[in-house]
Design a protein around this ligand. Structure first.
Ligand code: ATP
Ligand code: ZN
Length: 332
């Protein structure tokens, strides 16, 4: 078998090292994205598919992802979070309640199935055989793909009635789906978000977010990743979306921790620190101990993006990574 272990050298901002020549002079950010993607595919770190943004992950990739999750758990041990693990799907009615379609219709993925008769089945097979479109025969189910790890949490907590005065912290991890096909290896259609979700009063959420912005920086530092934290906004859809995004910025509702991943492209958001105000308490009856609409916020770690950032900066050979970084990841 061909040896692919040396196909990529760690990114180095001061020296052009390794067989992956960083295309630094170009203005087109896609050149750097394609080059990193190709290096990952050539080294069999990611397995590409016929669809952009849908990849298989190698053992190396998964061991780094596992290490990240362990490091995040350690960082959050004092949160006494309730651990919840959901499949990468949620009830359509909860998804509708979240108003995701109002803000991000372009990203949503719904699950459709064949629900027909024998005759419909014959028609389906005939269309397939003739290479015709068959998908319009599929019917929507009660299931949609999870767009963010924290969404399934809110209806569960709301159903329990008012929270205690301390509010709650929930620890979630799930694959999420966003329809944003891209050649950027850091922009996948299915990727994992690890989140701590805070529910309670406005003051509790704001304090939580402060703590986690500091911890996010600390984690990036311990992983020896160049990074910066910046104000951000979500990609709200359409003409009205611009106004919503501006207001999100003005209210400082979203911050991101950015790491350079693709040469010649802007740095990539690898963590986000979100304050939703009482948005989700309007979708579900989330109440504080006083019976007031609860506020919520979350810190989200992009497991794929952080893994890619580590591969980009430390290389494809774990043995050559800084010892301290491997220790932070549970002794990889
Ligand atoms: P909210 O709960 O407010 O909707 P969120 O924190 O759940 O926000 P984002 O901030 O959009 O959702 O995403 C969280 C993290 O997920 C990002 O910081 C990023 O690391 C990762 N992420 C987002 N989109 C992608 C993608 N297409 N491919 C890989 N990782 C992604
Ligand atoms: Zn979230």
């Amino acid at each position: 078998m061909e040896d692919v272990s040396n196909a990529y050298e760690p990114g180095d901002d001061t020296a052009a090292g390794g067989s992956y020549a960083a295309p630094k002079t170009t203005q087109d950010p896609d050149v750097g994205r394609r080059a990193f993607r190709q290096a990952l595919v050539d080294a069999r770190v990611l397995y590409p598919s016929a669809v952009e943004g849908i990849y298989g992950r190698s053992g190396l990739f998964e061991s780094i992802a596992d290490g990240l999750n362990a490091a995040i758990s350690k960082l959050g041990a004092d949160q006494h979070a309730e651990v919840m693990r959901f499949p990468p799907a949620m009830p359509r009615k909860d998804f509708e309640a979240s108003e995701y379609l109002k803000s991000f219709p372009q990203l949503a993925g719904t699950v459709h199935c064949f629900c027909g008769s024998d005759r419909d089945h014959h028609r389906l097979l005939a269309r397939l055989e003739q290479g015709e479109d068959w998908a319009d025969q599929q019917r929507p189910t009660d299931v949609v793909l999870a767009p963010a790890a924290c969404y399934p949490v809110y209806p569960v907590i709301a159903a329990r009635g008012p929270m205690s005065a301390d509010g709650m912290v929930v620890d979630v991890l799930t694959y999420c789906f966003r329809h944003e096909p891209s050649i950027d290896p850091a922009r996948m259609q299915m990727f994992r978000q690890r989140e701590y979700v805070r529910l309670g009063t406005a003051e509790q959420i704001v304090a939580f977010r402060e703590v986690w912005m500091e911890r996010g920086r600390k984690l990036a530092g311990m992983l020896e990743l160049p990074h910066e934290v910046d104000l951000a906004n979500d990609p709200f859809f359409g003409r009205g979306g611009k106004i919503v995004a501006d207001s999100q910025r003005e209210l400082k509702l979203k911050f991101e921790l950015l790491v350079p991943i693709n040469d010649g492209a802007p740095p990539t958001a690898c963590m986000s620190f979100n304050y939703h105000m009482d948005h989700f308490a309007h979708a579900w009856p989330l109440r504080t101990a006083d019976g007031e609409p609860a506020h919520t916020g979350c810190v989200g770690f992009g497991i794929e993006r952080l893994t890619l950032a580590l591969l980009r900066h430390h290389g494809f050979e774990l043995a050559k990574w800084p010892k301290r970084v491997r220790e932070v990841l549970g002794g990889l």
